[in-house]
Design a protein around this ligand. Structure first.
Ligand code: NCD
Ligand code: ZN
Ligand code: ZN
Length: 347
């Protein structure tokens, strides 16, 4: 017998441990969507130009705070972009301004990663400082070699980069971002307490067929790319297992719809308007709604060493249609699931 579906779920207000909000008018358009759902979010630094210094992170934080609608409380948690040239002193300054992490983008791996790391050895002075200061290294875990199949790039990253890195920095906190494979889930599961991982709603909901159903569907294209069903199942298992190593990180990555529906479309799914609802759908389908609160609201702050939130949010069982398109600066943006009906709604 399955338990009856509850008509509402109340949980400690969640945080988003992996988010892109861009800057300028685009940022002003998307920050309210996240601030309505989450108390805090780890804000990714892959702007053009990237957020390289503590001063830049502090200025960016001010701009994000100014975009939060009055009546909502939302705190951006800042991340600096690691490069081949990040000095150890910048790590100390970052910690002093309240930044929580540095982000490793292998050069060329994803959106705005041209300034990323070309060779991990060039970052070892900075990594020593990150480890010493107790900051987190957030990692986009894909190799970038053109001869590695795009579906194999995460697994290759674990073997070729992550395992050697963790041997050299055993007490470095590594947040393996947006994991997409059973190999990554297994690696994280078996790792020690220094390793955690975020999982996105799209990687829990879809396999790679979604990109090709009835024609190319650019709004399902993100990086790391959606994988086979067996990987999706392993991610659902990890997220709903009760393990404290896995936590919510939407990777909501807004791009104007005309740049996604393009001959060379941008990678990223915009999920901020309905992120918590999408996760609830996943946990409900897995019969694990009782595990949602730890995944969404406890495991992330515990891993980062931050206090859990004390207020609550309520999801109700109510049908609503996600807007098909929303204003995005001068352009429009299409949220994932736009025009479709969801069965959970954040009150
Ligand atoms: C992200 C973006 O657009 O900034 N895109 C994505 O597909 N996930 C970058 C990233 O997180 O890799
Ligand atoms: Zn990434
Ligand atoms: Zn991202």
């Amino acid at each position: 017998m399955t338990a009856a579906t509850p008509s509402s779920i109340t949980l400690t207000r969640p945080d988003d441990w992996h988010l892109h909000v861009r800057d300028g008018a685009a940022m002003a358009a998307v920050v309210p969507d996240t601030a309505r759902q989450f108390a805090r979010a780890i804000v990714m630094p892959n702007l053009r130009p990237p957020v390289l210094t503590a001063d830049q992170a502090s200025g960016y934080r001010d701009r994000i705070r100014a975009a939060v609608p009055s009546g909502l409380s939302f705190e951006p948690l800042m991340v600096l972009y690691l490069t081949d040239n990040t000095p150890a002193e910048e790590v100390v300054r970052a910690k002093a301004m309240g930044a929580v992490a540095f982000k490793l983008y292998p050069a060329g791996a994803t959106t705005n990663s041209d300034a990323g790391v070309t060779d991990l050895r060039k970052t070892y002075k900075a990594l020593e400082a990150i480890q010493r200061e107790g900051l987190v290294l957030c990692v986009h875990g894909e190799v970038t070699d053109g001869d590695v199949d795009v579906f194999d790039r995460e697994k290759a990253f674990i073997d070729d980069k992550l395992i050697p890195l963790r041997r050299d920095f055993p007490e470095l906190k590594v947040a393996f971002e947006h994991i997409t494979t059973k190999e990554a889930a297994q690696y994280v599961n078996e790792a020690d307490r220094f390793v955690g991982a975020t999982i996105t709603p799209q990687h829990l909901l879809y396999n790679r067929n979604a990109i090709f159903m009835g024609g190319v569907r650019p709004h399902y294209y993100c990086l790391p790319i959606l994988k086979r069903e067996e990987h999706r199942l392993a991610l659902v298992q990890a997220a709903t297992s009760g393990s404290a190593k896995f936590f919510l990180g939407t990777d909501s990555a807004p791009h104007a719809s005309h740049l996604k529906e393009h001959a060379s479309g941008c990678a990223g799914c915009y999920t901020a308007p309905c992120a918590l609802e999408l996760y609830a759908e996943v946990f409900e389908a897995a019969g694990a709604l009782d595990k949602l609160e730890a995944f969404a609201s406890f495991n992330g702050p515990d891993y980062y060493g931050l206090p859990r939130n004390t207020d609550q949010v309520t999801l109700v069982r109510e049908d609503w249609v996600v807007p098909e398109s929303l204003p995005f600066g001068e352009a429009q943006i299409k949220p994932l699931r736009g025009g479709e009906t969801l069965h959970w709604r954040l009150r």
